[in-house]
Design a protein around this ligand. Sequence first.
Ligand code: C5P
Length: 283
Amino acid sequence: MNRVTLSAYAKLNLTLDILRKRPDGYHDVQMVMQSVSLHDDVTVALTDGAEIACRCGDIPGDESNLAVKAARAFFDAAGVAPCGLDIEIVKRIPAQAGMAGGSTDGAAVLRALRALLAPELTDAELLRIGADVGSDVPYCVRGGTALAEGRGERLTFLPQAPCLYTVLCKPDFAISTPMLFSRVRLDALSNRPDTAGMLAALQAGDAVGVLARVRNVFEDVLPESCGEVFAIKSRLLALGAEAAAMTGSGPTVFGLFRDEAAARAAYEALSAEYRQTDLAQFV
Ligand code: C5P
């Protein structure tokens, strides 16, 4: 086998809390993560030579691409002789959206290289390599429902969340993650997520309890220029979403629905207004 294609799923933050600033400049966070069916297709092929080529739609396939960074990190850490790679990514997850679109591609490259070159590598080893690539990469290696702590790389995998439908809507601007972290005043954060309650609801398979605890503290520190986030959130709730929040450092807003037909109707209404709107479900 010298080629493999994997699905790289997007993620949502069911909760996002920021606990403290660390001496290394990062923040300790507490986030309940959930993967959704919206995905990129990542194909990795082994080639002769040493070049790592990456085609990724409109996104540069250079050394800044997390797929390329992941490949380099894999060869540095896995004890495998480097070889040439041809990476092709069919992008569906919007970039710079708070859905881990880059991290999930990087994680898929790690999984693909394990399958092709080092099947003996454990998940724990792959997660450790992923942590050097980006804070969300280890979570994306496994996906599903998980509590992410530390800088995002310390993971506790949870029972699969009840199956909910989601409408994801990204306004046409990007938010810089470091900029948003720099706006956080920890002592001024109020209305923190009930992470313990969310974990209990997940353990109990209680969809209503999950819906009641969706919350992202980054919404409280958004600059005024990001008002559209709240407009989309209100729109999703008016269209019948049972919970709505921004995911990660935004700007994508997601609405959650127990009923597939209600989600589809909201998707149809919102996609007429916003170019980057998707309908997905928890996976
Ligand atoms: O690790 P990653 O490259 O995803 O992080 C991007 C930036 O976001 C970091 O350079 C840091 O400024 C900020 N960050 C943070 N605390 C985290 C994760 C990211 O301050 N837990």
